[in-house]
Structures are given as structure tokens and as C-alpha cells.
Design a protein around this ligand. Structure first.
Ligand SMILES: [Fe+2]
Ligand SMILES: [Fe+2]
Length: 398
């Protein structure tokens, strides 16, 4: 009976997807004109994945970005959903049920092709799909063709496409990112931006400002990027004036809004993944999230573990009782950065130079009044901050 559809299946870790993968996809699409090509990122069990690797959903998202303009190519997450070790034979069985009356073409790299007899139930795989691979010129292809003969003798249908040699590999890309080398020749622009935005494969032990600027630019618009740079400058100035650590002020100021333009659902997913505890009020008020998700991003994703920097970002919108000098500098710098021009900014700047607490009181009163005016919920940390400063001032005047 004639099969209704041709479906190509290409599995791999895609950590990350790169131009050589895309070339293989294009070559097979051209050759077979499938009705659909499913790209299937394989699950990497946590114990096998070293720290600093991308998660399954990040790998799948990079695949989606890289393939967004290719018609009939889809990213399929059945192996990621299955968790644990995935066997190709199980995936093919599942796909045969999902797409009955289809002819499957299983695409794989040369290294996978030559080791096929070590896979689970190779003879069943041969029945379920045509086995496809690429022969890259330059290396010794004897083994590839020997195995091909063996598979055919076992009843397999195989296809070997000749392709130009490629030096690109995911390992090489991860190393390049780690060592701050450009990867723009090996991945598409969207994937490169995603890698920076999500701080994938980076050397987390390093304080690296050019890289932090790249992270910000890939996560936010020009206006907020300028604001972030200005807050860093203002925070350093205030730190010098009031005796906080200037380096920490620069880092916290620069990164304080790192997740401000991240969609709420992504911020929530990030906080859940990083086990950030969220109370009822916070859950109901997404406006409170960027300080929380930003602090978690800076600590866990960028790898800056300093508690004072964490708290300065965590409480930069609300303030809190018992703020450190650095926390106060960041809170105030967010109000007094060079591009700010609201009514009252001159007063705030004047107070900031004279007394951190007076500026905090001015800023937090402004925020509380603004929120109350809109009937919005007020973070209890803001009220605690307000009360502490007011009580201190009362004690001083008594
Ligand atoms: Fe902010
Ligand atoms: Fe800000």
C-alpha cells in the first residue's frame, strides 16, 4: 500500500543547533521533499549534563529560532517530555502511531550511523524507517560504507548523502562562548542572541563587563539599556560619596533591570526553575517580579554570588528594612540616573547627595503614594522601609 506522507526525523542533542545541522536539514529537504521534517532534541539526563549546559527547553527554543523560516520543519519535544533515556526505536514507534501511513526517514550524523548496531532493537528501526546519513568529504569513509553494506544485508534501506566537510560542532561553539570568541559564523543571529540573553555556556567564574553589556542588549530595548548604564554610573558616584563598594555598585546598577523586559511567563518559569519562593501577594502582582527574577538571574545564571549585590537588585524597587549602604545607593540611583526627568527629580538628586536616608524616604513615599493612588498592592518591604526611616528620623529629632 502506498504511504500517504513522507516524514523525515532528525534527532540530536542540538546543544546548540548550528549551521552544519541546518545544511543537513536543507540537503535532506531538497533530496526527499518530505511533507514534514521533525527535529527532535534528545533528552540529556541531568547527571550526564555538566553544569553550564542548556536545558531541554532552551535547546528546543534555539532549534525553533533557527528553523523559524523553514516551512514544513518542526521542533518536536516528545523525547524531552519522556524524560530519562530515550531510545530511537520508542520514538519511531510513537511517531508511527501519531502519523499512521507515513514513510519515515531517520536522519543522523556519521558517528551515530556507524554505531547503529549497538542501539536498542536495530532490526526494528530498519523496519520503521529509511536510515539516512551524510558522508562528509575529507575523512576516511571506509567504515561508513562497510556498515552501510551490513545494514542493507539486514534488510535496511539506507541513504548516504555526499556533503562538504564541515568543521562546526556544538562542542566547539560551547568552547568558543566560554572563551569569549565570536560564534556568529556558526549559528544564526537569533540563536546567538538567545545564547547571550540566557547566559548559556558562559564562564560563570568571570566578571566580564563586555559580556554583561551583550547580555543586556540581547534582553532589552535601547532605552532601558541606556537607563541601566546610567544607573551603574550614578550608583558608583553615590557609592563613592557615601562609602559603599564601587565595583559592587557598578555591577548591581548595571544589572538591576536585567529581566525587566522579560515576558512575565518567562520570568515566572525562571523563578520556578530556580526554586525562588513566591508568596501570594507576589504571585498576584507581576510588577513585583523583575526585582526578584533579576536578582535570581544575576546570582544563579550569571553566577555573581555576592549577597549584597543580590539584595541590592532584589529590593531595588521596594526597598526594605535594614538596607545596606549599597542597597540604598542602587535604590536611589534608579531614581536619579541621568536620563530621569520626572517632577521632583531635582529634589531627589539634592537629597541623594546629602543623606541617603532622606532620599530613601522621598523615593519610597513617592512610590507608595503612586501605588496607593492607583489602588495597587504595596509590597510590605516598601512599608517596612518607610517605617524604619521615619522612626529613625523621629528618634534623631527627639
Ligand atoms: Fe527596576
Ligand atoms: Fe531601573
Amino acid at each position: 500500500m502506498k504511504k500517504l506522507r513522507k516524514i523525515a526525523v532528525y534527532g540530536g542533542s542540538f546543544n546548540p543547533i548550528h549551521n552544519a545541522h541546518i545544511a543537513i536539514i536543507q540537503a535532506f529537504v531538497k533530496k526527499f521533499k518530505p511533507d514534514k521534517l521533525l527535529l527532535i532534541p534528545t533528552n540529556i539526563p541531568p547527571h550526564k549534563s555538566a553544569e553550564n549546559m542548556a536545558t531541554g527547553s532552551e535547546r528546543a527554543e534555539m532549534c525553533r529560532l533557527a528553523l523559524k523560516d523553514m516551512k514544513k520543519v518542526e521542533v518536536c519535544d516528545i523525547e524531552l517530555k519522556r524524560e530519562g533515556k530515550s531510545y530511537t526505536v520508542d520514538t519511531l514507534r510513537e511517531l508511527s502511531e501519531m502519523y499512521p501511513d507515513s514513510e519515515f526517514y531517520l536522519i543522523m550524523g556519521e558517528d551515530m550511523f556507524v554505531s547503529l548496531l549497538d542501539w536498542r532493537r536495530p532490526e526494528e528501526i530498519f523496519k520503521l524507517a529509511v536510515i539516512c546519513t551524510v558522508a562528509r568529504g575529507g575523512g576516511d569513509l571506509t567504515q561508513l560504507y562497510e556498515m552501510d553494506e551490513k545494514y542493507k544485508a539486514l534488510g535496511a534501506q539506507t541513504v548516504i548523502l555526499d556533503m562538504k566537510k564541515s568543521d562546526v560542532s556544538s562542542t566547539m561553539i560551547r568552547q568558543a562562548v566560554f572563551n569569549d570568541k565570536s560564534i556568529s559564523k556558526y549559528v544564526c543571529e537569533d540563536v546567538e542572541r538567545y545564547i547571550y540573553a540566557h547566559y548559556l555556556y558562559m564562564n560563570k567564574a568571570e566578571i566580564n563587563y563586555p559580556r554583561f553589556h551583550k547580555v543586556l542588549k540581547s534582553r532589552m530595548g535601547e532605552k532601558r539599556y541606556i537607563h541601566s548604564c546610567n544607573v551603574a554610573l550614578e550608583a558608583v558616584r553615590l557609592a563613592e560619596l557615601h562609602g559603599a563598594d564601587k565595583e559592587k555598585a557598578k555591577l548591581a546598577g548595571l544589572l538591576h533591570d536585567v529581566t525587566k523586559e522579560t515576558p512575565h511567563d518567562e520570568q515566572l518559569a525562571l523563578m520556578r526553575r530556580l526554586d525562588v519562593p513566591l508568596d501570594e501577594l507576589t504571585l498576584l502582582c507581576p510588577k513585583l517580579w523583575h526585582a526578584i527574577s533579576g536578582a535570581a538571574f544575576v546570582r544563579h545564571i550569571i553566577g555573581i554570588e555576592d549577597d549584597d549585590i543580590f539584595n541590592a537588585i532584589r529590593y531595588h524597587t521596594s526597598g526594605r528594612a535594614g538596607m545596606s549602604v549599597l542597597e540604598k545607593c542602587i535604590f536611589i540611583a534608579d531614581f536619579t540616573s541621568a536620563e530621569r526627568n520626572y517632577n521632583g527629580v531635582a529634589k531627589m538628586r539634592e537629597l541623594a547627595d546629602k543623606s541617603l536616608d532622606s532620599a530613601i524616604l522621598f523615593g519610597v513615599s513617592f512610590s507608595i503614594a503612586d501605588l496607593a493612588g492607583k489602588n495597587s498592592a504595596i509590597d510590605p518591604n516598601a512599608i517596612a522601609c518607610y517605617n524604619e526611616v521615619v522612626l529613625n528620623k523621629m528618634k534623631e529629632s527627639n
